[in-house]
Design a protein around this ligand. Sequence first.
Ligand SMILES: *Cc1c(COP(=O)(O)O)cnc(C)c1O
Length: 366
Amino acid sequence: MMEKIMTNRLDRGFYQYQQEFEDKAIEVLRSGWYVLGKEVAAFEEEFAAYTGAKYSIGVGNGLDALYLAFRVLGIGAGDEVIVQGNTYIASVMGITMNGATPVFAEPDDYYSIDVSEIEKKITDKTKAILVVHLYGQATPMDEICALCKKYNLRLVEDCAQSHGAFYNGKMTGTFGDIGCFSFYPSKNLGAFGDGGAIVTDDESLAKDVKVYRNYGSEKRYYNKVVGVNSRLDELQAGLLRVRLAHMEELTKERQQIGARYLQEIQNPAIRLPLLREGCNHVWHQFVIRCERREALIANLEEKGIGTIIHYPIPPHLSEAYGYLGFQEGDFPRTERLAKEVLSIPMYTGMTEEEQSRVIGALNDFC
Ligand SMILES: *Cc1c(COP(=O)(O)O)cnc(C)c1O
């Protein structure tokens, strides 16, 4: 019996740099300093340099990064934020946790927000656009940045899936006011627990996030505002530094797998992801489309290949957002994607033989 190929193998990512991770973990454990110390400060500096942003602030997770971004931008009750309908629900929660209202836009064939949809959605309540660089492909930003200028809107980027993805040579997360990152273990830059960060060029926004993440206090026991507890810990920051130093080769590895899939998967029943010029892809997920998805999942399962759906229920139809009053049929393109998309195995440390088995199984499906 051949070993099952899972959609992700976090253990492989660990063993790629086992010695470095273990050395760093021991160093931090022995240091006697575990929250907001020199590892976080060093990581923030290195991550800012990696993205090309002036400032980076570590926070507890990706959702907190989104929540704090809208918080420090002063976006809340009565305000509207435009976001694509086909995203992970955390993007939307970052908006609604602040009391603001998400306004959904349909996606295009690249799984990105359809830029031509945005302008129709702008009202006098619109305060921001949240761009999600979904699955690891950058969203084209020129028109979106122009719209933000024209209507005086804030721009926030959800980069939880796009570490290292560029648009026209500039890294995702650096186009708008604030870029939000997650370091959840399965992300392209993953920790060994929860973690997140924001990046920004605006000194005062960076300062505000730093205050809010730590009970609203700049100076110990002196609280300026009612903040939250959302800190990146020293152990995660140290381990993230190890992985960040290898990001270039890790991204290349995903791109090699992505290129091979694109070239060798050939089946008229399967639609491959489309690459857009100027927007590079870091393959957080390799997402195909299939009208007979359930049959395909069962067929792959029989051959020992795991798959996962990102995401089966679009946020506007989720029970949590029932109060927004949307119905099936309100966003046909978003809903059709939810019925057709399927993510196939994609992870660093994936062997060529595993890739071949995935390709062969997909090509044999009829
Ligand atoms: C993972 C993810 C988040 C949330 O990150 P967490 O660290 O899990 O809170 C937000 N948005 C998108 C698009 C994600 O993929």
